[in-house]
Structures are given as structure tokens and as C-alpha cells.
Design a protein around this ligand. Sequence first.
Ligand code: ADP
Length: 498
Amino acid sequence: MFKVLFVTSEAHPLIKTGGLGDVSGSLPATLQSLGCDVRLLLPAYRTVLDRLTSVSPVAQLNLPQLVAPARLLEGRFPGTGVTTWLVDYPPAYDRSGGPYLDPLGQPWGDNAGRFALLARAAAAIALGQAGVSWQPDIVHANDWQTGLTPVFMKDTYPRPATVFTIHNLAYQGLFDQAELGHLGLPWSLWTPDSLEFYGRLSFIKGGLVYSDMLSTVSPTYAREIQTPDLGFGLDGLLRHRADRLVGILNGIDDKEWDPQHDSWIVRNYDAAHISAKRDNKRALQHEHGLDPDSQAPLVGMVSRLVRQKGVDLAISAVSYLLHARAQIVFLGNGERSYEDALRRLAARHPGRVAARIGYDEAAAHRIESAADMFLMPSRFEPCGLNQLYSLRYGTVPIVRRVGGLADTVIDASEPNLRAGVATGIVFDGDDANALIAALGRAMSLYRNPSRWRSLVHCGMRQDFSWRASAQHYIDLYRSARILHDHTIGKNQNPGASP
Ligand code: ADP
């Protein structure tokens, strides 16, 4: 089975800003349970060092562009025991604030150097230049922060095969041209078919151009990013590499997100005891100052507050929800204008609208356990995790038909309801009216208890555990190996027939 170096800039519960953190926290352990030998590599941010007790240095990394050597620290990933390597270089990672943004919410000014360092460390380990007695067969890099990894490996043979996963194409790691020189990258890479992207240096292009195989986190998103609408300027490149690109749905950590054993919620339950959700609803209403009204449909939304997530659409739909005698609770942080708008709505409609601005893992669990419906009107959604948590928690997701949302939620159309396969409300269209129409459908189904119950139960029966998806990643690694060996064979023997 494969030896895999899994390179990431976040992994829950050590550090997380979104879905990438969830995936990096669960996929490596599942791959390991299927027989892979996985090492996780991430930066030694201050928060990670605080949370990962008992780490020890295993190597000194003498990497270009650094004024002093970096260290490679080893620890065990909490809860799973996966061997975790941290790139320890205090000038880059030992600071307060987020992994990408400073305490004022601005990207750290030295992000290019910080994440080039992560990629260089990954390449050094992969190529056997790090002084550790372990070398992977596969280097699996994720998102722009790790995009230079295959770039630093591309001219060395033999080398491991490389896989790059796109968790969100909207974030590309674009920097000034001057960074190319600062990072010690050759000018030969400054071309549109390499790292240049309309006059800027693109980290994500490193992953997209130079990896043996590419993946993204749902089959529909894999198709969408090859179109001008959702390709963020990279659709041409992705069409060019379409034969190397696959979509693999994310799984969920079904231990962490399990209504039967979730220690953050007031009352545990399963599909046979769904009425226990009422207690969670009452507690959530109390927690957020909502009226103690058991009949009011309670709608939840937990999200980064950015345009992608359709927060503006949700805000526009609030007056309809009030008219429908529903309650709504928002949890999220992000753009200041959305944060302020939600605070204002909550202040204007006490008892009916609640807004908690911030990042709060426990509150996210409580909302999933208590709400009747969950809102995800995303403009695009590579996979989305909250709709999967919602299905598991018997909270009916209301989603736009995009990306992973389209792949995981089955609309409560009349035929689907009759066939007993519907799991949520899926809508088309990208304006508030489309969302309001979808909410209208949800409200009338909610008022029909037997139909609602079958929707809830069907959702709870879905299986989105990591096992099946991890198997697809192993197939992907196999393809990467074959294609890599084939390419090397061709390069070494150009006259040979394919
Ligand atoms: P994205 O990665 O685009 O943010 P996903 O749905 O893939 O979206 O994953 C989001 C993850 O982050 C989920 O686990 C969700 O519960 C969590 N999350 C987002 N915002 C918050 C918040 N304010 N508080 C707690 N958890 C949050």
C-alpha cells in the first residue's frame, strides 16, 4: 500500500478555518485504516504547538531562502495517532492571529514566503533530502498554500508521484511578480503556461500545472470549474488537464458529528428518537434569546460570511421567514458588512432572529442538533460539509443546485417524495426570489408532519462516512503512480511507443 505525505495548511482539531481543515483532520486517518502509511505535514503555527503536546525534533531542514535552518518536529495527531510533522520556523509561523490573516483580517504580508517554505519542506522530505528515513510514494498537496510542492519536485528523478486537491478554486494564492525572485524561483516559470496568471504569481497554478493527478471535492464541482462561470480564469487550464482531474466527495468525521454521541448537544438522539430534537430546539432558543415557541420552524445557518455562501440572499429572505412565523439563527464570521447586517437584523427582531458573530465549534453542533432546517444558498460550493452534518442530524438542508450540494442533497420533488428518496430542498436560480420559493416549499412540507418525517428519516439514512471516499483517493494515487511512471518512461526513452 502507498506511503503518502499529506501536505496541508490546516487540520482540525489543531487548526481550522473551513472545510480543508475538516478534510485534513479525517482523511489521513481513514487512509491509514485502509492500509496506507500516512504522514501529515503542516506548519508549526503557535496554536498548533500549543495543542500538540509532546512533539520532538526529528530533523533539521536546510532550505534555500531561510536565514536559519528550520526544524521538523514530530507528534501524533490527536485522536487518530497519525504521525504528524510540523515545519518549525518561528519567524514564519510563531505569531498570534490566523494561519492566513493577521489579527486585523488582512493577509499576512509574508504569505508567499510562509507557504513556499511549507512546499519546500514537503519537497525536501519527498525527495529524500530532509534527513528522515522515510520517503513517500505519493505527495498529496492541498490548495494554493501547498501549490509550489510539485514545482520544487518537478526536475528531480526519481521522485514520488504528485496529487493536488482543489478544495476551493476561488482562493489561488496570487502574489506580486517580484515574489518569484524573492522565493528563488527561476524566471523560466514566468509564463502563462507555468506560474504566471495575468501578471501575478499564482501558487495554485503550481499544483494544477505540475501535479500528476488533480482532484476536487465533488464530481459536479469538477465539471463546473472547467467552465468560464466557475473556473475563476483557470477553466482553460483545467479543460486542458481534464483527463487528469477527478471529483471525489468529501466524507464527514462521523464520530465528531454524531447526534447519538455528540457531547456538545443538550440531548442525544438517533432516527428512532427524533422527537428528542425538541429539547435541543428549546435549549437553543433559550441560548440565543429566541421565543420559546416549539411550533415555529427553526432555520439555522452556520457559515463563513462571504459572498460565495449567499449570505446576502439569506438576509433578503429573512422578512419572508418572519412572515412565515419561522425563527432563524445565524452563526458565522467574515466580511464586516455581513456581520453588521446580521447584528442589525437580530436587534430589529428580538425573539425571532438571532446572530452570533464569531467562530464557535460547539455552537455549530448545537445549531445542527436543534434546527428544523439548514440554509446553504451558496453561489458555488466545492463540496460543502454543513449539508452533510445536517442530513445526519435530521435537519433538512435547503441548498442551491451547485457543486457538492447538487451531489449530496436529493430534492423533495413530488416524484422523489413519493419514491421515498428525497432528503432536502434543492433550488435553481441565484436571486432571493428563488431562495424564498424554496423556503416556501420547505414551510409547506414542514406543516405536513408525515411528509416531513420521511424527509428527515431519509436524510438520516445517508452514509457520508470517509471510507468510500478514501477508497477513491487510493484509486487516484494508483492512477498518479501509473501516469508518473509512464511519463518518466517516455522522458527517458523518447523513441519508445506509448
Ligand atoms: P468552507 O470550507 O467553504 O468554509 P464547508 O461547508 O466545506 O465550507 O466547511 C465549513 C466548516 O466550517 C464546517 O465544519 C462548519 O461547521 C465550520 N464553520 C464555518 N463557520 C463556522 C463558525 N462561525 N463557527 C463554527 N464552525 C463554523
